[in-house]
Design a protein around this ligand. Structure first.
Ligand SMILES: Nc1ncnc2c1ncn2[C@@H]1O[C@H](COP(=O)(O)OP(=O)(O)OP(=O)(O)O)[C@@H](O)[C@H]1O
Ligand SMILES: [Mg+2]
Length: 399
């Protein structure tokens, strides 16, 4: 059984799956709201640990299994990424696993700032003697093997805080950490979109995660530190109401296009026994339109700054809880001047996942597919070792 724990800013989600005949089946699901994270990073270890323990208990109850080992996925403003290349000489005319491993090792043997660590290594393509676009090089003939990789880093503190939260839970172990957008594409994007070139935007509560896929591979990722909570805070400030009420109004009466809503007065409870107050629904939606427009403009800016505007003919696909806002596709296409659609995790999802086909579960549901694929690989990047130990291992294996 494979167990994923996805740490979101507003909710922690657990999914347990089993696999038979190559198809996964959800046997446990649990999602609890949490106040332990901000912008994807842990701000309260006790609170986060408590929520994770509740989720693990939920998985145990649904699956009937004791949950001992989990894979942990997360995002956060302290995640960064870069593209790299690696190179090796093909030892015995045909590419072996060792040659592949050697190429990957050279792609990660670069300077990492002291406060960061390498989280995930995603090969996008192999090139043999100048021939690009190879996904599975093993057994192919040639002399020179190159690999293009996407490297994801995160702050050492983030990892250490997550570890502390999990260690507080009796007998629970972490197998591997993942940047959750690596999986998001697995169920939310179609193969055609990933081949043609597409930008997936996951707008959750704390972060907007932007990933670009082209020719079947991840070529760019960026985490922006504002999302649904930023919209809520903007409402709270503009209407002079507490954040909890702003959040409720946003979900119940919100729209991304303000002149589509009737200008009715919404009655809300006064705080600490004060009389009820009235707020304008039009004003509420103007604030929402303004703040979500700011987020979309930042995303568009990020695409342009990185020269990716011609790489996404399939446009933008939106996931994350904020995708539930009314009229969001229309606003997105006006601002980006591109196709802009909500993405549901509906592309070959695991069996028994009907209740998870919502934009806010795209990342955790895709992660169970991504993790299973990683587990089945003949080798993967070893997270538990530092870069020097890994390079030494490689040098030893070459001697
Ligand atoms: N109907 C709705 N209208 C507007 N916003 C909504 C609606 N439903 C959910 N949201 C917003 O979606 C956000 C939560 O999304 P999601 O569950 O994807 O976030 P998360 O995974 O917990 O956080 P993150 O990925 O940012 O760390 C919240 O800001 C919430 O207000
Ligand atoms: Mg999320």
């Amino acid at each position: 059984m494979l167990n994923i724990i996805d740490l979101g800013t507003s909710k922690i989600t657990g999914i347990s799956v089993t696999e038979s005949n190559g198809r996964q089946k959800v046997v446990g699901f649990s999602s609890k709201s949490t106040a332990g994270l901000k912008k994807g990073s842990i701000i309260n270890i006790t609170e986060t640990s408590k929520s994770i323990a509740e989720v693990v208990e939920g998985l145990h109850k649904e699956s009937g299994e004791n949950i001992r080992v989990v894979d942990v996925s997360f995002s956060g403003e302290l995640i960064s990424s870069t593209n790299s290349t690696g190179l090796s000489t093909i030892g015995d005319k045909e590419v072996s696993i060792k040659d592949q491993q050697a190429a990957l090792q050279t792609s990660i043997a670069m300077n990492v700032p002291g406060d960061k660590e390498l989280l995930n290594v995603v090969p996008s393509q192999y090139i043999i003697d100048g021939q690009p676009g190879i996904k599975e090089p093993k057994g192919m003939t040639g002399v020179r093997l190159e690999v293009r990789t996407h490297l994801v880093y995160c702050s050492k503190n983030s990892i250490s805080n997550i570890r502390k939260c999990i260690e507080e839970i009796n007998g629970l172990q972490i197998r591997k950490f993942y940047f959750n957008q690596l999986g998001a594409a697995k169920c939310t994007l179609s193969n055609d979109q990933v081949d043609l070139g597409v930008c997936l935007l996951d707008i959750g509560a704390g972060t907007t995660d932007l990933t670009v896929f082209k020719n079947g591979s991840l070529i760019f990722s960026k985490v922006l530190p504002y999302a649904g909570d930023y919209i809520t805070e903007s409402i709270a400030i503009a209407l002079k109401i507490p954040s909890s009420q702003a959040e409720e109004l946003k979900k119940k009466y919100g729209s991304s296009i303000s002149d589509r809503v009737a200008d009715e007065a919404l009655k809300i409870k006064g705080i600490s026994g004060q009389t009820d107050i009235k707020v304008s629904r039009r004003l509420l939606c103007e604030v929402i339109e303004q703040s979500i427009s700011n987020i979309f403009r930042s995303c568009q800016g990020c695409i342009e700054e990185n020269g990716l505007q011609d790489s996404i003919p399939a446009g933008f696909i939106l996931s994350g809880g904020t995708a539930n806002l009314e009229n969001i596709e229309e606003l997105g296409s006006v601002i980006t001047q591109n196709s802009f659609k909500i993405g549901y995790p509906e592309h070959e999802p695991p069996l028994n996942s009907e209740k998870l086909i919502k934009p806010q579960f795209g990342a955790p549901l895709g992660m169970v597919k991504f993790c299973a694929e990683e587990q089945n690989k003949e080798f993967t990047f070893n997270q538990s070792k530092g870069i020097i130990a890994r390079v030494l291992d490689w040098l030893k294996s070459e001697m």
